[in-house]
Write a protein that binds this ligand. Structure first.
Ligand code: SF4
Ligand code: SF4
Length: 126
């Protein structure tokens, strides 16, 4: 079966999800919905091939469900996953009843991010 390729310039998985690992320039990690500081103007990772790149980024692989046919699809899919997998609020807090009614998060490994399959030309760190 052919391996799915990352869509050049999409960068949805470098934007929509939170990343808890330190990233150069973002020592506390990346909040959800914030573009990673290491994305260049073409939506490519400046850290590709660099050991400083978070392991979670290197392990994320494109998947049809996640990537879809457009960046908009991927952003919505990843935003939903982010909501489903964020830590449950403490029981007794105002948010607890909603959390109890929530479907359990779909088990999946967020693995890699953009640019893995992209040519390194023009990327400073590749
Ligand atoms: S792997 Fe991430 S950046 Fe690449 S096409 Fe899929 S959602 Fe977009
Ligand atoms: S792959 Fe690169 S640009 Fe994307 S989130 Fe990870 S460090 Fe940032």
């Amino acid at each position: 079966m052919a391996v799915m390729q990352c869509r050049p310039g999409c960068a949805a998985c470098c934007t929509a999800p939170s990343i808890s690992s330190p990233i150069p320039g973002m020592p506390g990690g990346k909040p959800a919905g914030i573009r990673c500081i290491q994305l260049d103007e073409h939506g490519l990772c400046r850290l590709f091939g660099d050991p400083a790149r978070p392991a979670v980024c290197a392990s994320l692989t494109p998947e049809p469900d996640m990537c879809g046919e457009s960046r908009e699809h991927a952003m919505l899919w990843l935003q939903r996953l982010e909501l489903e997998t964020r830590p449950a609020p403490v029981i007794g807090s105002a948010l607890a009843p909603k959390a109890q009614n929530r479907h359990p998060p779909k088990k999946r490994v967020i693995s890699r991010s953009t640019c893995e399959e992209l040519p390194p030309a023009g990327i400073s760190s590749t």
